[in-house]
Design a protein around this ligand. Structure first.
Ligand code: NAD
Length: 504
């Protein structure tokens, strides 16, 4: 069943394998125990990067460097303007190395190069926004507590922050965390995914060149179990900022609970798109195809659950199937490609299992459903499932692949009930020309972002994060920098004391 325009990957010629080191206390170092991880491009199957296989010993020295740099005060005691200038310089350097960063993420994650170019440009914008917030971080004052009292609430950097990031948006996600923590004055240990560490390590080079003092940003590589585990338990870590799966997020929270650390979690999603008969269906059909298949569906925000009004369901399903045939799938390095590879063979298998499970449970495979064989790499057909019911695993769990499930409703209440009937609550969209409908439904769906007549738009100013098992805390927006601070109350007495507790 043909379901996309196939673009077979060309041979990877002229691409030199990169040997990376980790950044600890301003030095580029190998893993103490000497191990190396090899990353094979998921689109081509050949090794493209090697990173140090960090262990707990490397995490220990990275945390020590971050703690020492924070306690020494070289970064946190700079003025907001000084930190802002360094972040702005970093943004300029990211922009000047955008093509190198795009190529690394495209090849290590199997993402289309044209898409990654957009992600890097978006990241530059975020670094500039965070730079502006560095100058505008402030607390509150209370001059309303009576003649003899002045209250001042300070915002102080929380301290040492560990950051653990996933593979699906390697550079963008570290850019949703790191510049805000730096704007607040924190020192950081970053552990990118073991599958896509390259662009985060290049970011380390950029930050050194921009003037970040040694020890303020440390980047360690390796698996979660070996390099990552200590980042949520070590006594010298004050906060853990994690983006990844709900399962690992739960583990991180449990680990961090031992030391009662602050935890920020950006986790999975199973995002409903609710469509009423009066919606602009031309716009919606395009958004549905984009929302489901963008980044090969390996996207926390994927619009993987369509909740269509019964009156339009058949028409919408056949139009989505027809439009998805025009999507270009294959070589991430071809600028025309819109959908690239699946991150690993194990993940490809997991996606296939969801599709066969849905089919056995009674869903209809309208298009796709199989694996695309280009002779190398791991690619999945763009898959559309109808006759899905709300109790099926494919309707409740995060498939994290190019699989779109269609459910139907008759009343707005039923649509809201289906949308809220699962554990996730990251994002949702509502499509109707009647804004009353959009607002009524949008206000009742429990998710951190509700799009109305659009999908997956964003801006650095707008907070992003999930309800329920999609996470806690928010990234982006003012909240992002404030999340990396503690508040301290200064309660000051002014003038002579009118009353004493013990009188002579
Ligand atoms: P993952 O949870 O498997 O891994 C994420 C990171 O955690 C990796 O760096 C990994 O090495 C590390 N890790 C794993 N076990 C660990 C442990 N015991 N201790 C410390 N670190 C550990 O997730 P993934 O497969 O890389 O990414 C996909 C998931 O991320 C999806 O569920 C997706 O929805 C989610 N995600 C969420 C957002 C969001 O903003 N809400 C954004 C992107 C991805």
């Amino acid at each position: 069943m043909v379901m996309a325009v196939l673009v077979a990957p060309k041979l990877l010629t002229g691409f030199a394998v990169r040997d990376f080191k980790m950044l600890i206390n301003g030095e580029w170092v190998a893993a103490l125990e000497g191990g190396v991880l090899e990353r094979a491009a998921p689109s081509h199957g050949v090794t493209v990067s090697r990173y140090p296989e960090g262990t707990k010993a490397d995490a220990e020295r990275a945390i020590a460097a971050a703690r020492q740099s924070f306690d020494a005060g070289g970064w946190v005691n700079k003025t907001g303007a000084e930190r802002s200038n360094i972040l702005l310089k970093a943004a300029d350097l990211i922009e000047s190395r955008a093509e190198e960063l795009s190529l690394l993420d495209a090849i290590e994650a199997g993402k289309p190069i044209s898409q990654v170019r957009g992600e890097i440009a978006g990241a530059v914008d975020i670094w500039r926004y965070a730079a502006a917030l560095a100058r505008d971080l402030h607390g509150e004052s209370y001059n309303t507590l009576g003649d003899g009292t002045l209250g001042v609430v300070l915002r102080e950097a929380i301290g040492v922050v560990s950051m653990i990031t996933p593979w699906n948006f390697p550079f963008l996600i570290v850019s949703q965390k790191l510049p805000f923590a730096l704007a607040a004055g924190c020192s950081c240990v970053v552990k990118p995914s073991e599958l896509t560490s390259g662009s985060t390590l290049v970011l380390g080079e950029i930050l050194i060149e921009a003037g970040i003092p040694a020890g303020v940003v440390n980047i360690i590589t390796g698996t979660g179990a070996d390099a990552g585990a200590l980042l949520s338990t070590h006594a010298d870590v004050d906060m853990v900022s994690f983006t990844g799966s709900t399962g690992v997020g739960r583990l991180i929270m449990a680990n961090a609970a031992q030391g009662l650390k602050k935890v920020s979690l950006e986790l999975g999603g199973k995002n409903p798109q609710i469509v009423f008969p009066d919606a602009d269906l031309d716009a919606f059909i395009d958004a549905a195809v984009f929302g489901a298949y963008f980044n090969a569906g390996e996207c926390c925000n994927a619009g993987s659950r369509l909740i269509l009004h019964k009156d339009i369901a058949d028409d919408v399903v056949s139009r989505i199937a027809a439009l998805s045939k025009k999507v270009k799938l294959g070589d991430p390095l071809d600028p025309q490609t819109q959908v690239g590879a699946i991150i690993s063979p194990q993940h490809l298998q997991k996606i296939s299992t969801y599709i066969s499970g849905a089919s056995q449970a009674g869903a209809t495979v309208v298009s796709g459903g199989g694996i695309v064989d280009f002779g190398a790499g791991h690619f999945m057909e763009l898959t559309l499932l109808s006759d899905v019911t709300a109790d099926m695993a494919v309707a409740r769990e995060e498939v994290f692949g190019p699989v779109l499930s269609v459910l139907t409703f008759e009343t707005a209440e039923e649509a809201i009930h289906i949308a809220n009937s699962i554990d996730y609550g990251l994002s949702a969209s509502v499509w109707s020309r009647d804004f009353d409908t959009c607002l009524t439904v949008g206000r009742k769906v429990r998710a951190g972002t509700i799009w109305m007549n659009t999908f997956m738009d964003g801006a650095p100013e707008l907070p992003f994060g999930g309800y329920r098992q999609s996470g806690q805390g928010r990234e982006l927006g003012r909240h992002a920098v404030e999340d990396f601070t503690e508040t301290k109350t200064l309660n000051m007495h002014i003038g002579s004391r009118k009353t004493l507790w013990v009188c002579d």
